[in-house]
Design a binder for this molecule. Structure first.
Ligand code: CA
Length: 232
């Protein structure tokens, strides 16, 4: 069956245009005109992906993201945020709220479809599998083995857990606090700086055989696994 996309857009003509383009690309669509409606629909229909406009009356797209990420039933659904704003700070806010990708209006329908397909490929490849892959990095959760372009990568248990967390949601920026919670289980004696130290070790291990930098530092926000955007 064709993947179902939930379109959250408060302006009916824009929603209609979006659905038209998605249906032309062989997706099924369902529309929500408010954030509230989106949350209800997502819970009932469990779409394969959500496209949400940032600017919505009452509940914003950011809030919708946070709420969907907070619920067990909808946590796994990929989300693309649409927005008229294009500043880096807003982009980080959107990604922190749980969006997997971000497009600035006016966007090209073809690019949107391409990004939807990329996200769907990623989420279907990851589900129910003990193997996770990103840009040549393959992590096997059963054997705890990691390779990059076929070369074995040796990681400490904490670095392994760190990579496992990052590779779960490529391009998503995890804050130090979130990583502390996920990797160190919120151990109160571990400082945020410990995350930086392990990120450095992870980077070094992944780069042992060259290849582009994959671990991205986002100043003031945290870290992500992102091959496309290399800062620092
Ligand atoms: Ca809007």
């Amino acid at each position: 069956m064709a993947p179902l996309v939930l379109v959250v857009e408060d302006e009916p003509p824009l929603a209609e245009m979006l659905c038209y383009n998605l249906e032309k690309a062989d997706f099924r669509t369902v529309v929500a005109l408010t954030g509230e409606e989106a949350i209800g629909r997502a819970e009932i229909e469990i779409p394969d992906l959500v496209v949400v406009d940032w600017m919505l009356p009452e509940r914003s797209g950011l809030e919708v993201c946070r709420i969907l990420r907070g619920k067990k039933e909808t946590r796994h659904i990929p989300i693309i945020m649409l927005t008229a704003r294009g500043e880096e700070g807003d982009r980080v806010l959107g990604l922190e709220a749980g969006a997997d990708d971000y497009m600035v209006k006016p966007y090209s329908p073809r690019e949107l479809v391409a990004r939807i397909n990329a996200l769907l490929r990623r989420s279907s490849g990851v589900n129910n599998s003990s193997i996770k892959e990103y840009e040549g990095v393959v992590i096997n959760l059963d054997s705890h083995r990691v390779t990059r372009d076929g070369h074995m990568v040796h990681l400490s248990p904490k670095c392994f857990k760190l990579l496992e967390t990052l590779i779960d949601r490529p391009t998503y920026v995890f804050s130090r606090d979130v990583l502390l919670g996920k990797v160190w289980g919120g151990d109160v004696y571990v400082e945020a700086r410990t995350v930086d130290v392990h990120i450095r070790r992870l980077r070094k291990a992944l780069n042992a055989w060259d290849g582009p930098e994959l671990v991205r530092t986002v100043r003031g926000a945290g870290y992500s696994l992102d091959a496309a955007l290399n800062i620092n």
